[in-house]
Design a protein around this ligand. Structure first.
Ligand SMILES: [Zn+2]
Ligand SMILES: [Zn+2]
Length: 212
């Protein structure tokens, strides 16, 4: 049984996830913690629940989703996991940050690469990687079939979709990703987006006004 804890971090209100099971192993997904207080919140949660972080996964490499990478890597001796197609973003993260008035000292770049169909394991849990470009190259969704949920990054939101006006964004590609990689899941899969409230595949299939 995977437990899922969500933090909302930084000025972009990014959903940062800690997933763990009864083995105590945990995966940290999109750590957006930026202030000392946010870093403390994450560290305290992990300490209080006696968790052992074994994976740091980035759904994509927009600056809001990687702000805490350096902190997590140095605190827990981890290397980020991600998709190699997002290279452009970690190479330009500092410039991106400065556009939004966010200063990044060091950026922990991914060193463990996954591809569509790969399975990431921690404890007894398995997350299937689905490659879902369109919002940003290198975007992945993580699907847990055992408990029917998806960590969707900025691909699909409650009643909305990821923006496609940033570099490498493409509306048609995003639609293909949503239809071919997410809407092939059953309606009762819960969707945890990178921002905002959770939703479900069924709800979005019926109600999402952006889906064509
Ligand atoms: Zn994004
Ligand atoms: Zn985002």
């Amino acid at each position: 049984m995977i437990n899922l804890n969500i933090f909302v971090f930084n000025s972009f209100a990014v959903n940062s996830f800690v997933l763990y099971d009864d083995t105590g192993e945990c995966a940290i997904i999109d750590p957006g913690c930026h202030t000392e207080e946010e870093k403390n919140d994450l560290r305290s949660f992990i300490t209080q629940n006696h968790l052992k972080p074994v994976a740091l996964i980035n759904t994509h490499f927009h600056v809001d989703h990687i702000l805490g990478n350096q902190f997590v890597c140095s605190t827990y001796n981890l290397k980020p996991t991600g998709h190699v197609a997002g290279k452009f973003f970690w190479e330009t993260a500092r410039e991106f940050g400065s556009v939004f008035n966010i200063s990044l000292d060091e950026i922990a770049k991914p060193e463990i690469f996954v591809a569509d169909g790969d399975v990431i394991r921690f404890g007894k849990a398995e997350l299937e990687v689905r490659y879902t470009p369109g919002h940003a190259d290198g975007s992945i969704c993580l699907v847990c079939h055992d408990q029917k949920f998806v960590i969707a990054g900025d691909v699909l939101f409650y009643g909305s979709i990821g923006r496609t006006d940033l570099p490498t964004g493409n509306f048609d590609t995003l639609m293909d990703s949503i239809h071919q990689k997410l809407f092939v899941l059953e309606n009762d899969y819960t969707v945890y987006p990178g921002h905002g409230p959770k939703t479900s595949i069924g709800f979005e299939r019926l109600n999402n006004p952006f889906i064509q």
